[in-house]
Design a protein around this ligand. Structure first.
Ligand SMILES: Cc1cc2nc3c(=O)[nH]c(=O)nc-3n(C[C@H](O)[C@H](O)[C@H](O)COP(=O)(O)OP(=O)(O)OC[C@H]3O[C@@H](n4cnc5c(N)ncnc54)[C@H](O)[C@@H]3O)c2cc1C
Ligand SMILES: *[C@@H]1O[C@H](CO)[C@@H](O)[C@H](O)[C@H]1NC(C)=O
Ligand SMILES: *[C@@H]1O[C@H](CO)[C@@H](O)[C@H](O)[C@H]1NC(C)=O
Ligand SMILES: *[C@@H]1O[C@H](CO)[C@@H](O)[C@H](O)[C@H]1NC(C)=O
Ligand SMILES: *[C@@H]1O[C@H](CO)[C@@H](O)[C@H](O)[C@H]1NC(C)=O
Length: 513
């Protein structure tokens, strides 16, 4: 009898906590009925075709995941309050649907907008409150905030004296960004966005809201700071530390062409940018160009900022990097928010308020870290591959500064000391009419395999989870690449916090290794 009862209770619990093993999700109609009963009234379904497509498309950044044949959600729910998120989640979970939480929709692999089993998107775009506390130097934000509007609000509230250390693209959502790290022009000085996280509010699998995760669950708080999106519950709000920025910033941008010249300049860059003053940031973007004679050559753009006047910037470059030949005409002097707009390719700071990206493309990306400077020969070999494809590009972003001083296990984001820089590789195309996907993606994989002997392993090949790349493998292989020696601890936290792996995506931290 006791055994029978145990089996019966176990079965009952399997049904209630493992809705995904009930093969079919509830119908869209019953999901909608549940939402209505619970007063969650902003949602859309495929049958309301116009709003459905517009909402699905609104923030989906990689156009590869807008194509026909990509699975679409049974519904997109657009809650406005934490309570609505809790109610929506209960309906989604009890209906047996997989969940995709979407903040800014910038996942490189469309992981906030697609899934392989019947799924529902909870899109947090309507939750974008910001409370800036200038005196105490922090900001509380809801997950649907975009970096651009957040930067703008912080600069406005603090008369341009405070900023936030996070990424460059203005339409990234804070939700996915902090959970992957969040690297930008202030990171050598202040670390990644996740290093500046002070508190978060999370809805768990059973629907409970944890209001102060830093004290009620320090391990989960550690995991949220770089342990990747889609694995740890639904984060609804974030408290981030604000950092001082100077009243005068110089931002620069200069272009060089010629394979030999770029090889020499980038070779030198490796011994300048990662060890420079943390108030100097120099990145380099490289892409092949076709010259007027139809011959392929290399082009490179060096860009970044320095906390000083233009004259001080020019003087600094002439002492540490004279080969680049930076002049005052390559520079603009302004305040921090103007520098932020400039690096996001926006004409003026007000454009940071635009919540939707105006130009989008089809793309595939990969990433690496470099801890031993590349030789000129190695660089030239990469350029030979790049000169075969003008739709491919590479960015080197400098580490060092505070990035090297924070211990690797301080938070879940692991890529610290020893790394000189991070590489991002992309193939980007504007239209898909002649289906170039496979060719371009194969080309990108070729460049990545050429780089294999030259990059960092800890012990798997180091990869940045915010440049998420399904090629890196299943959740175990990917976890080793994304999180290095922090992976084992993440798996333990996951097993304790979400043992039935209710929050998942193809590369989210698994419950066992
Ligand atoms: C054009 C472009 C430029 C970029 N530039 C930079 C850069 O400068 N620096 C940098 O570090 N990165 C950069 N990135 C990468 C970016 O940081 C990541 O794609 C990040 O994860 C995006 O966050 P999101 O909220 O916009 O994405 P989403 O696609 O909404 O989410 C990403 C993942 O997190 C999950 N998730 C999102 N919100 C929540 C939530 N509230 N609770 C639980 N899970 C959630 C999603 O389900 C998904 O798995 C860039 C990306 C793009 C497309
Ligand atoms: C639902 O949210 C979207 C996105 O913000 C908004 O455009 C729309 O007006 C909202 N609909 C309702 C019924 O509130
Ligand atoms: C819900 O989950 C949280 C976190 O796992 C846990 O602390 C809490 O006790 C659970 N609440 C209920 C009612 O089961
Ligand atoms: C900047 O340098 C130029 C050229 O050396 C000089 O003429 C100018 O006065 C300097 N400007 C300032 C503000 O120091
Ligand atoms: C570039 O393309 C040409 C022609 O397709 C090919 O012969 C050559 O091997 C390629 N070079 C590299 C470095 O991939």
């Amino acid at each position: 009898m006791a055994n029978f009862l145990t089996i019966y209770i176990t079965l009952l619990c399997l049904l209630c906590t493992y809705p995904s093993i009930i093969n079919a999700a509830s119908t869209v109609d019953s999901l909608v009925a549940c939402l209505q009963r619970n007063k969650v009234l902003n949602y859309t379904t495929p049958s309301s075709s116009t709003s459905f497509n517009a909402v699905l498309d609104f923030s989906l950044q990689n156009l590869r995941f807008t194509e026909a044949g990509v699975s679409k959600p049974g519904s997109i729910i657009l809650p406005s309050t934490t309570k609505e998120v809790q109610s929506a989640w209960a309906c989604v979970r009890d209906g047996g649907w997989a969940l995709r939480v979407r903040s800014g929709g910038h996942s490189y692999e469309g992981l906030s907008s697609t899934a392989s089993t019947p799924f529902v998107i909870i899109d947090l775009m309507n939750m974008h409150a910001i409370t800036v506390n200038v005196a105490k130097k922090f900001v509380w934000v809801e997950s649907g905030i975009r970096l651009g509007e957040l930067y703008f609000a912080i600069a406005s509230a603090s008369s341009n004296l405070l900023g936030l250390s996070a990424g460059t693209c203005a339409t990234i959502g804070i939700g996915g960004h902090v959970m992957g790290g969040g690297y930008g022009l202030l990171s050598r000085k202040y670390g990644v966005a996740a290093d500046n996280l002070l508190e978060a509010q999370v809805i768990t699998a059973n629907g409970t809201l944890i209001k102060k995760v830093s004290t009620s669950d320090p391990d989960l708080f550690w995991a949220l700071r770089g342990g990747g999106g889609g694995a740890w519950g639904i984060v609804v709000a974030w408290k981030l530390k604000l950092v001082s920025v100077p009243s005068t910033v110089t931002f620069f941008n200069l272009r060089r062409t010629g394979k030999q010249a770029i090889t020499d300049l980038v070779f030198k860059w490796q011994s300048v940018a990662p060890v420079a003053d943390p108030e100097l940031f120099i990145a380099v973007y490289m892409q092949a160009v076709i010259s007027s004679g139809g011959v392929a050559d290399m082009g490179a753009t060096f860009y970044g900022q320095y906390w000083g006047t233009t004259n001080q910037t020019v003087a600094l470059f002439s002492s540490i990097y004279p080969e680049l030949g930076l002049t005052a005409s390559d520079c603009k002097q302004g305040n921090w928010i103007q520098a932020v707009a400039s690096v996001a390719w926006l004409a003026e700071p007000e454009a940071l308020l635009n919540r939707q990206q105006t130009s989008r493309s089809f793309f595939k990306a990969k990433s690496d870290y470099v801890s031993t400077a590349l030789t000129k020969q190695a660089l030239a070999g990469a350029y030979d591959i790049m000169m075969n494809n003008t739709k491919g590009w590479m960015i080197f972003e400098p580490y060092g500064g505070l990035m090297s001083k924070i211990r690797s296990d301080e938070i879940a984001f692991p890529h610290r000391g020893g790394n000189l820089f991070m590489i991002q590789y992309q193939a980007t195309w504007a239209d898909d009419t002649d289906s170039p996907d496979n060719e371009l993606i194969a080309w990108l994989r070729g460049l990545y395999s050429y780089m294999a002997p030259l990059v960092t392993y800890t012990p798997s090949r180091s990869t940045y989870v915010n440049y998420i790349d399904l090629d890196v493998g299943d959740s175990v292989s990917a976890g080793k690449s994304y999180f290095g020696s922090n992976f084992a601890k993440l798996v333990k936290i996951k097993a304790r916090f979400d043992p039935s792996n209710i929050f998942n995506q193809p590369q989210s931290v698994p419950v066992s290794m």
